[in-house]
Design a protein around this ligand. Structure first.
Ligand SMILES: Nc1nc2c(c(=O)[nH]1)N[C@H]1C(S)=C(S)[C@@H](COP(=O)(O)OP(=O)(O)OC[C@H]3O[C@@H](n4cnc5c(N)ncnc54)[C@H](O)[C@@H]3O)O[C@H]1N2
Ligand code: MOO
Length: 391
């Protein structure tokens, strides 16, 4: 059995980012990594812009001005402005070329067509220079940047309508087990609701992986063999849940061996998720996750998601980690490294009740996993602990 760090390193070593690019509408790019730098096609702002509702001033030496007109946002106007003259202006409006500053209206008084300032204006005050944020031809976002809502907004401000990104992998999720039935049907004795596929696809969708198909198979060798064979042939990543342990009806390992995949590791010294299996076959990446729901999800976040990020060209594939003081004491029962469902609030982290690998009640309330490596046997209140944030 290998250690967590070794398993993570082996996954990383066996993956490379895709060489396939695709150009897609900006609105569909959430969670994709840029395959090339995005160059700004315009200056932003495209013109000198007023940052306040107030008055554009033709000079900054005096405090008395003659009002000569108005410019509002969207106006395609550039009135001439001389020393001693002011123009009514609004936030976002183009500042006339001759303007030396904009004074916010709260610091002024108006008497008929005369403007009196409470204080002298500072040169260039409240004027956003043309190209202040970015200039035409500069790199707006570098290759490898992951598209977030903010990135979509930023590129939209530059008028960008499509981006070239690394192709996201196609993913097959395969749930195994005779006992599993779809939610919505009445349960017979011995049955449980199949929850891992909807859980994993929801976690995938949340992080922008949408090319996902599902398969459900019984604990039967021939079907397992043929479904896995088809999935490995047609998908970039195959994620299997259950059937990977040592029971007489756990056929996943045997089927994968007979399909001549390159097994990279099987079993990691961790809790939950001991029987985690990782393999490659040509360009297909294969994870078999233990069927226990919390084991499946824990392995998904710790191993599968960073792997998908790497394949998809993310410059930082790992989930965010940090060290936080624990509010809870805990003593390990065994020797394995542990991933514990936890809630980070402020600068502390609290362990949640219900840590068994069959339970999702704690995971449903968690925003992080506390990682206790092999050599940490217990933690006391106030101790610094490593946390992995759930996306
Ligand atoms: N003799 C041993 N038995 C087990 C060992 C061991 O080392 N020696 N390891 C245990 C550990 S740890 C785990 S984890 C499980 C993993 O078993 P499998 O990956 O073969 O998973 P299953 O047996 O198919 O299922 C385990 C559990 O999870 C439920 N399950 C499975 N799939 C789903 C699903 N899609 N949705 C909801 N629930 C699911 C299933 O009904 C079982 O209760 O093996 C231990 N045994
Ligand atoms: O390793 Mo298992 O996932 O603890 O139950």
């Amino acid at each position: 059995m290998i250690h967590v760090e070794k398993a993570l390193q082996l996954v990383d070593n066996h993956l490379t980012k895709t060489e396939t690019y695709t150009t897609i509408p900006l609105a569909q790019a959430l969670g994709c990594a840029l395959a090339e730098d995005v160059i700004s096609p315009i200056h932003m702002p495209p013109f000198r812009q007023s940052a306040m509702d107030g008055y554009a001033l033709g000079s900054v030496a005096e405090t008395n001005f003659t009002l000569i007109g108005e410019v509002k946002a969207g106006d395609n106007a550039n009135p001439e402005l001389h020393a001693g003259e002011a123009i009514r202006i609004f936030t976002g409006a183009p500042v006339p070329t001759g303007a030396k500053a904009v004074m916010m209206q709260e610091k002024t008084e108006k008497k008929e067509n005369m403007l009196l300032l409470h204080e002298q204006a500072k040169p260039d005050a409240n004027i956003r220079p043309m190209g202040e944020q970015i200039k035409k031809g500069e790199v707006a976002l570098p290759k490898g940047t992951v598209i977030t809502a903010a990135a979509v907004g930023y590129l939209a401000t530059l008028g960008v309508i499509e981006v070239t990104v690394y192709q996201k992998p196609s993913i097959a999720i395969i749930a195994t087990g005779n006992e599993l039935i779809a939610p919505g049907q009445p349960l017979q004795h011995g049955q449980i609701y199949e929850s891992n596929s909807i859980m994993l696809s929801t976690a995938l969708a949340k992080t922008g992986f949408t090319h996902v198909d599902f398969f459900k198979i019984e604990d039967e060798y021939e079907t397992t063999l043929s479904v896995l064979d088809q999935a490995i042939t047609h998908y970039d990543v195959v994620v299997i849940s259950g059937g990977i342990s040592v029971g007489d009806y756990d056929f996943v390992g045997k089927a994968l061996r007979n399909l001549e995949v390159e097994e990279v590791f099987y079993k990691v010294k961790q809790k939950p998720g001991k029987p985690l299996y990782f393999a490659k076959k040509q360009n297909t990446t294969i994870f078999a996750l233990p069927g226990n729901p919390a084991s499946s999800l824990s392995c998904f976040y710790v191993y599968v998601l960073p792997a998908l990020h790497k394949i998809s060209g993310y410059s930082q594939p790992q989930l965010q980690r940090s060290t936080v003081a624990t509010n809870s004491a805990y003593t390990k029962k065994g020797e394995r490294a542990e991933f514990l469902k936890a809630l980070v609030t402020g600068d502390t982290v609290t362990l949640l009740d219900g840590q068994a690998s069959s339970m999702l009640s704690s995971f449903a309330l968690a925003n992080a996993l506390i990682y206790l490596p092999n050599d940490v046997k217990e933690i006391h209140i106030g101790d610094p602990v490593q946390v992995i944030y759930l996306p």
